[in-house]
Design a protein around this ligand. Sequence first.
Ligand code: ATP
Ligand code: MG
Length: 259
Amino acid sequence: MTKEPSGELIRIEDVHKTYHIGDMKVHALRGFSLSIERGTFVAIMGPSGSGKSTFMNIVGCLDKPSSGEYYLDGVSISKMHRDQLADIRNKKVGFVFQQFNLLARTTALENVELPLLYSEEKDQKEFKERAMKALTAVGLADRSDHHPSQLSGGQQQRVAIARSLINNPQLILADEPTGALDSKTSVEIMAIFQRLNHEQNISIVVVTHEPDIAHYADRIIVFKDGKVLSDEPVPEPRNAAKELSEWPVDEDDEEEPAA
Ligand SMILES: Nc1ncnc2c1ncn2[C@@H]1O[C@H](COP(=O)(O)OP(=O)(O)OP(=O)(O)O)[C@@H](O)[C@H]1O
Ligand SMILES: [Mg+2]
């Protein structure tokens, strides 16, 4: 598994984020700088309230810094208008959340297609093909017509990952993607992220509270009080696919084939 980093994807320069609630100011990010190379897999850790999600929102162009600069793929984001931000976000970033955020009354395939409804093209057949390809990439081609309630937590998170892939993003941002999953399912999700990272050179940033999960990444950044407390490479990242292949067989773990 060799990966060649190929230039800077994310550059943060002295970024601050202050929220105003009535007369109160909350300093969610208090000024730090960092750079992330294209094709890296980064884990973000740190206590509750340390600014991890605020950081992810800025990196994902969902929000802008109060001061400082943010460059995504060489483009300055800090002074962009809302619609420009949305455009960049749709083209470059995929999001995965702890609670999957799938629509309950639609199939896996339709959930994956959803971001395409905002695109300018309107080729329904192509939408279906792309969604099917993304579902195949996460190993769920055979569940495309299932509704979320007919899928396990891990399968729902895989649908959410397929949805994040639909616009061929350069970057996937996942905020506690394994927070609602058991340990084996969590490793399965990390295996998918590692595969996307290695095979497609997609950059991945995962927020996690679990040190075990963070060690699937190449680099761990720890936040504290809105700043970077530490930022270290992982000398030998864990290999999720290998661990799964050696996972002890437990019949209770076996998934029941649904149909
Ligand atoms: N929209 C908002 N309005 C006001 N304050 C906010 C907002 N979002 C976050 N904050 C505050 O900013 C600080 C950082 O919050 P953030 O959500 O980034 O933390 P976090 O590290 O993701 O925590 P957790 O591990 O609990 O998810 C907290 O004090 C939080 O209360
Ligand atoms: Mg958070």
